[in-house]
Ligand binder design. Sequence first.
Ligand SMILES: [Zn+2]
Length: 90
Amino acid sequence: MSFQIDCPNCGIRPVWEFHYGGPARPRPTGDGVNDRQWAEYLYNRPNVAGEATEWWYHRSACKLWFHVRRDTRTNRVFETKRFTAESANG
Ligand SMILES: [Zn+2]
């Protein structure tokens, strides 16, 4: 199913201009992070059927990585936004 994404730099473009970068979620942090926690973060991605926040990359134009909140069942895009320190925690 084709859909469109509103790039924060370029505006609304067809999805084939973008690259999916996986779910947006907090990285393991702190001195006590072990290999198991990193492996869990890198290889065991959630597979949400419904609303999810994801990383997307505008590979055909501005090269921006940003967040897209969409319904994975319908590909309806609710929101796109630039990544900021504040958005890293939520
Ligand atoms: Zn763009």
